[in-house]
Design a protein around this ligand. Structure first.
Ligand SMILES: Nc1ncnc2c1ncn2[C@@H]1O[C@H](COP(=O)(O)OP(=O)(O)OP(=O)(O)O)[C@@H](O)[C@H]1O
Length: 357
């Protein structure tokens, strides 16, 4: 038995069905759930919260069966993208709301609200009404209201998606502090892959109402399977044929380019390579990697923090993710030729191609 056990859960909303065969979390786990829009992430979260009733299956938390309990008896809190604070109550009253229901002493409530507000950096707005707060302050107040009751499980449905980049980063830091200091068990739904890097130790990927891969963060990121997950997470995906094993490495022929991997496989295989694991170098001497190719820069796509460089290697194009600093340092420009280096541990065989996931 784990801290959270979900087994054979089925929620039937007529046109949409969510089926989760099993999900198990230990106390203190931070699970990030990703998946395309409309894949059932929110319905799943709200079923754990108690807003949807499953037609079969069980949810148990810390040894207690929650499956049929009303939301207020579950000891589970939820934070949404939109803050959901009561507009006619002050921030202080909003944060205290859950505690009042726990019939705490008045002075205890006052102390706890002020403590948590100070921790969240919103003690200066406690007397104000939600309508007068910024988006970041509102979301801090929502998180304070959710955690002040010390829930056994904290659920978050895209909590940062309405916030600007800077506020998002400061709230992520705050959530990381809460995770570390309170050992809160969290399930966090997001479209932002940065939430995985910053916060999670486990990742689940949903599609068409099902969890199609779940595991430790590194496992899902580095070894996404099936095909759908690799594609969804933005990996380079190549189809090739295994040619044999040399010195413990498997050689895979992809359009006459040989990729070496530590993974085993035979016949036709799909390879997945994360963009951040493809290194670009001017100098072949840097090469400790088992895969070294000459690649010509086809195009360069700049985003706010990462630059994606598409490199043509014979008949194939690989996308590498580098920092803006590396682009300047190496003088990466369209049409220039570079060494492309990939470690054998970063070339993953993810199995047979199955686009339906
Ligand atoms: N109460 C409901 N009754 C019937 N169908 C619903 C209900 N709520 C949501 N749906 C449908 O279920 C599907 C999954 O919705 P859900 O909100 O869980 O997706 P999601 O993965 O959270 O999407 P997004 O990433 O866009 O928030 C959608 O097609 C949606 O229209």
């Amino acid at each position: 038995m784990s801290f959270l056990d979900i087994d054979n859960l089925e929620i039937d909303l007529g046109e949409f069905v969510v089926r989760v065969d099993e999900l198990h979390l230990s106390r203190g786990d931070y699970l990030v759930i990703i998946g395309p829009t409309g894949s059932g992430k929110s319905i799943f979260l709200e079923t754990i919260m108690g807003f949807f009733e499953p037609i079969s299956g069980t949810i148990s938390l810390d040894g207690a069966d929650l499956t049929t309990l009303p939301p207020e008896e579950r000891d589970v809190s939820i934070v949404y993208q939109d803050h959901c604070l009561f507009p006619h109550m002050t921030v202080e009253e909003n944060i205290a709301y859950g505690l009042r229901k726990q019939t705490e002493m008045k002075e205890n409530i006052h102390r706890q609200v002020h403590e948590i507000a100070a921790m969240m950096g919103i003690d200066h707005v406690l007397n104000r009404y939600p309508g007068t707060l910024s988006g970041g302050e509102l979301q801090r107040a929502s998180i304070a209201r959710a955690i002040i009751v010390n829930p056994r499980l904290l659920l978050m449905d895209e909590p940062f998606s309405a916030l600007d980049q800077r506020t998002k980063i400061s709230l992520r830091k705050l959530i990381a502090d809460i995770r570390d200091n309170f050992e809160t068990t969290v399930i966090h739904v997001t479209h932002d892959l940065d939430d995985i890097w910053w916060l999670s130790n486990k990742v689940a990927v949903m599609n068409h109402g099902k969890i199609i891969q779940m595991g430790k963060k590194e496992e899902v990121i580095n070894k996404p399977s099936p095909y759908f997950v690799a594609d969804f997470l933005g990996a380079n995906i190549l189809e090739g044929t295994v040619e044999g094993q040399v010195n413990g490495l498997t050689s895979v022929n992809v359009n006459s380019n040989i990729f070496r991997t530590v993974d085993c496989g035979e016949g036709s295989v799909i390879l997945s390579i994360r963009p951040e694991n493809i290194m670009i170098a001017a100098d072949p001497f840097m090469a400790s990697a088992q895969n070294i190719f000459k690649g010509t820069v086809e195009d360069i796509i700049e985003t706010s923090r990462i630059v994606y460089v598409n490199l043509r290697i014979g008949d194939i194009v690989l996308t590498s993710a580098v920092t803006p600093g590396a682009v300047t340092e190496l003088g990466i420009r369209t049409g220039e030729e570079f060494q492309v280096l990939i470690k054998a541990t970063n070339v993953c065989i993810i199995g047979e191609k199955n686009k339906n996931g």
